[in-house]
Design a protein around this ligand. Structure first.
Ligand code: ATP
Length: 380
């Protein structure tokens, strides 16, 4: 069976037409004065889904999260949670909790008291509260830090206290705004897996806002890529990466080479494009674009092959170029190849062996080639 990428878990309620969404944004718009932060946006999120909102700064992702939490009211549209319209429900009555970027821990309170804070405010009986706090400490592996204050903890430990505090009230949905922003790279990667394990073991729905695409790709079941208050594509990480639905998404996620050109032939589900870089791209196409129409073709660097010898069929999906730059990154090497029209393409190859028999050097003439099914057509 062919599939786009490896699948993290067998969970795909969005492809089951009978599955009801747990959270539904219906034509939601949010205006601040004359500025539209969220623009007629509709989106479904499913029970137990780890959902990521991804987009550049200012695209409206935090506003969307804040409306779900109840800190902002939509200007128009509806937000439905578990079958109930949330309008008019104040934040503290929503089965939703939010973990903020800054963690917002109380500096004068111990870890234990920070976690107990919301429970105490809700008037939870003492015995039950002690039991719940101890469960939470265990969950985030901070039992031995219960009586420390936040300033006696590392960044990662503080992040776990904030997580424990936001989970203590057992919300149905946890909203996380840049949850790992304050952690260094290594800790961030470890914590991403911890968050995924926690979300699955608790059976909760997580909605995370991030501008870090790798983080979204690693953790999320599905990603919504946002731009200017709209969702541009909602799909699994592999679909977003391997089958972006437009130029914006192709360019926003990961590295990509985009070749623009005009259709020369289109038949039998395949299309040929004479691209501006001076060669012919042949690739699969659903529908038959008109001969002469303008199309783009996007291909990721790891799908390009760089070779000294010409490929077997050098007239299709292949071009000559000059090796312009070589970047050795340890696990892989990145090649910048300058094509005859001056465009530079990026190719990458894994360094699976420690040594290379006949290494590439700058300024060499090379061929760049790729397989027919290794890129996608861009219609806009
Ligand atoms: P970031 O990653 O920088 O947090 P974001 O995608 O989360 O960005 P939002 O915080 O949702 O963006 O903001 C979207 C837009 O709405 C921004 O242009 C912002 O300036 C504007 N905005 C947000 N809150 C308000 C407000 N209370 N009043 C006026 N404008 C606002």
């Amino acid at each position: 069976m062919k599939s786009l990428g490896n699948i993290r878990r067998a969970f795909a309620p969005w492809s089951d037409p009978s599955a009801k969404p747990f959270i539904a944004f219906k034509n939601v718009t949010k205006r601040f004065g004359h500025f539209t932060a969220v623009n007629d946006l509709s989106l479904n999120i499913y029970h137990r889904e780890f959902f990521a909102l991804l987009g550049a700064s200012g695209c409206g992702k935090s506003t969307l999260l804040r409306m779900l939490a109840g800190f902002e009211q939509p200007t128009s549209g509806e937000i439905i949670l578990d079958g109930t319209d949330l309008s008019g429900t104040p934040p503290y009555k929503r089965p939703v909790n939010m973990m903020f970027q800054s963690y917002a821990l109380f500096p004068h309170m111990t870890v234990e008291k920070n976690i107990a804070f919301g429970l105490k405010q809700d008037g939870m009986p003492k015995d039950e509260m002690v039991e719940r706090v101890s469960q939470m400490l265990k969950l985030v592996k901070l039992e031995q830090f219960a009586s420390r204050k936040p300033n006696q903890l590392s960044g990662g430990q503080r992040q776990r206290v904030a997580l424990a505090r936001s989970l203590a009230k057992r919300p149905k949905v946890l909203l996380l705004d840049e949850p790992l922003g304050a952690l260094d790279k290594k800790l961030r990667e470890e914590t991403q897996f911890e968050l995924m394990d926690l979300q699955q073991s608790l059976g909760l729905t997580f909605v995370v806002v991030t501008h870090d695409q790798e983080e979204a790709m690693t953790m999320a079941d599905r990603i919504a890529v946002m731009s200017h208050g709209k969702v541009v594509q909602v799909a699994t990480p592999a679909e977003i990466y391997e089958a972006p639905n437009c130029r914006f998404v192709a360019d926003f996620i990961g590295d990509v080479n985009i070749f623009d050109g005009k259709v020369t032939t289109a038949s039998n589900g395949a299309v040929e494009i004479a691209v501006d870089s001076g060669f012919t791209v042949r690739t699969a196409s659903s529908g038959a674009p008109a001969v002469g129409s303008a199309l783009g073709f996007a291909i990721r660097p790891e799908k390009l092959r760089v070779t000294r010898a010409a490929p077997a069929n050098a007239s299709i999906n292949a071009t000559k170029g000059e090796l312009w730059d070589i970047g050795y990154l340890g696990d892989m090497t990145v090649f910048h190849v300058r094509l005859p029209n001056g465009n530079v393409v990026k190719a990458s190859s894994l360094n699976a062996q420690r040594t290379v028999d006949d290494p590439f050097t700058y300024d060499q003439e090379v061929w760049v080639s790729f397989d027919e099914d290794s890129g996608v057509l861009l219609r806009d």
